[in-house]
Ligand binder design. Structure first.
Ligand code: ADP
Ligand code: MG
Length: 257
């Protein structure tokens, strides 16, 4: 863990309600630049909602979230928060890559078009430049030469590796993963985790919601257990996953391990 690195994510007292139902009840989260944080917890505990709040796909009801030292979705003016315009939100969101369970490639577009779309549209890159980057990214995820394939011609694991490449194409500062291997056949999980492991080793800051406890144990700097919208326990994987302090963590681990 690198406590001296600047905070890439700083969330304080994040509250999110859906109607009258509290889903996040005052969540604090610190992720230092270059670190991997794995978020674990039971289904319905608020993990996906937390990730969606981090890139302002969901508006929070209280608290604040800074990404790389700047509020996400808001600016502060005379001590009050004002929501940014959609265009400004989109620019900030482009600094954050997100990978979901699956099915997030554009099905009617080739792999190459999936990879160059955002760099051209969001970053204003030239097509030739974006295509060069796409080739590098394909090499990085072990899929060199698959530019002209369509998503349906690829396995789920290959599609997920392309989804990671696509998220990386806009050079994000932070990558969010929401159960990226949960929808995959078991034999395809390893290849996706291997790409994520390489990405972590390259110094990318990552927040990963996962049920892959061995990945969390090996790759995470910090593991956060979310239960019923609260951070129950957080710390190094050797402590949280091996020798947890909280009964709720022990109960969760005994169910999944
Ligand atoms: P997890 O990812 O940990 O399974 P979620 O963040 O998806 O949990 O959901 C947490 C709770 O919030 C669940 O009870 C879920 O039903 C509820 N929820 C999530 N999204 C919405 C929504 N858009 N509208 C209403 N309730 C929601
Ligand atoms: Mg979820």
């Amino acid at each position: 863990m690198n406590e001296t690195a600047p905070l890439m994510v700083r969330a304080r007292g994040v509250v999110k309600n859906f109607g009258a139902v509290p889903v996040l009840r005052g969540v604090d989260l610190d992720v230092h630049a270059g670190e991997v944080t794995c978020v674990i917890g039971p289904s319905g505990s608020g993990k996906s909602t937390l990730l969606r709040c981090l890139n302002h796909l969901e508006k929070i009801d209280a608290g604040e979230i800074e990404i790389d030292g700047r509020l996400i979705g808001y600016r502060r003016h005379r001590g009050r928060l004002h929501e940014l315009k959609e265009s400004a939100i989109a620019r900030r969101r482009a600094e954050i890559g997100m990978v979901f369970q699956g099915f997030n490639l554009f099905p009617h577009m080739t792999v190459l078009d999936n990879l160059v779309e955002a760099p051209i549209a969001v970053r204003g890159r030239s097509r030739a430049d974006a295509e060069r980057t796409a080739a590098e990214l394909l090499a990085r995820v072990g899929l060199t030469g698959r530019e002209q394939a369509y998503p349906r011609q690829l396995s789920g694991g290959q599609q997920q590796r392309i989804a990671i490449a696509r998220a990386l194409a806009v050079e994000p500062k932070l990558m969010l993963f929401d159960e990226p291997t949960s929808a995959l056949d078991p034999e395809l999980v390893g290849e996706v985790l291997a790409v994520m492991r390489d990405l972590a080793a390259s110094g990318m800051t990552m927040v990963v919601v996962t049920h892959e406890m061995s990945f969390a144990k090996q790759v995470a700097d910090t593991v956060v257990l979310l239960d019923d919208g609260e951070v129950v326990e957080s710390g190094p994987p050797q402590r949280v996953l091996v020798d947890p302090e909280q009964p709720r963590t022990r109960a969760f681990l005994s169910r999944v391990q």
